[in-house]
Design a protein around this ligand. Structure first.
Ligand code: KIV
Length: 278
């Protein structure tokens, strides 16, 4: 059997990744890999490639819908993306972002939205941005038996408050608040925590202080896992190249070459050939 075939079978036979497994991975020092996906086809590919966690991020608002921020995406749209991803996944744990406005106010509305998202997508977990300010909503969702992944540091749903996407918690006051929010999220029962765009040293301290796993983006190497937006790591978005982003492919150029060839083949009547016809 070829190397590729063995690798494919190993990932096809993987056990489902759960919140329990994430905690176990932290204890065993096994790093957690997480990528975003928003549709059936890509979710199916990255699940078979062995990704541990798939995040149906509200970054769908940016990379799927072309909006400038994550704010416009709705609960219904997140459910559509969540269902599509779930249809393609066998083993990875699937986490869905609760969108802006669906949990920041009344905790009863937050639970109603969370229950709707879980029922209609059958995902494994929800992710919410924020600490103390949204703690009542997170508690209510956890009390309904829904696992929650926290998200601190740069929180894109608050971009209008910050006015910039630059690194957060560089000053001690914000760093101390971040640490106390992280401990609070763990205490109330969050299963894991995303830390976005904060100094590596602070991320290391938070990771050491917690028993729940931390997953970083632009937060350095000393975390229990890493996450990237799939379109960014595959090189589909040429204009976005922050320091933290490593590109693993250059799909923008590859797709351009393929499409140019197709256009040329159609125009020259090279495609379809006799062999490609019935
Ligand atoms: O929406 C998203 O893609 C995210 C990641 C950047 C962590 O929240």
């Amino acid at each position: 059997m070829s190397e590729d075939k063995k690798g494919y079978l190993a990932s096809a036979n993987r056990k489902k990744v759960t919140t329990y497994r994430l905690r176990e991975m932290k204890q065993q020092g096994e790093k957690i890999s997480m990528l975003t996906a928003y549709d059936y086809s890509m979710a199916s590919v990255i699940d078979q490639a062995g990704i541990d966690v798939i995040l149906v991020g509200d970054s769908a608002s940016n990379v799927m819908a072309g909006n400038v921020t994550t704010l416009p995406i709705t609960v219904e749209q997140m459910i559509y993306h969540g269902k599509s991803v779930m249809n393609g996944v066998k083993s990875a744990m699937v986490v869905i972002d609760m969108p802006f406005g669906s949990y920041q106010g009344n905790p009863y509305e937050a639970v109603a939205n969370a229950v709707k998202m879980m029922k209609e997508t059958q995902a494994d977990c929800l992710k919410l941005e924020g600490g103390k300010e949204v703690i009542e909503s997170i508690k209510a969702i956890l009390n309904a038996g829904i696992p929650v992944m926290g998200h601190l540091g740069l929180m894109p749903q608050s971009i209008n408050k910050y006015g910039t996407y630059s690194v957060r918690a560089k000053e001690s006051e914000e760093a101390e608040k971040l640490m106390s929010d992280a401990l609070l999220l763990q205490e109330i029962g969050c299963c894991s925590l995303v830390l976005e765009k904060i100094p590596a040293q602070l991320a290391a301290e938070v990771t050491a202080a917690l028993v729940i796993p931390t997953i970083g983006i632009g937060a350095g190497p000393y975390l229990d896992g890493q996450v990237l937006v799939m379109q960014d790591m595959l090189g589909l978005n040429k204009g976005f190249s922050p320091r933290f982003l490593r590109r693993y492919a250059n799909l923008f150029d590859e797709i351009t070459t393929a499409v140019r060839q197709y256009v040329s083949d159609v125009k020259s009547s090279d495609f379809p050939s006799q062999e490609e016809s019935y």
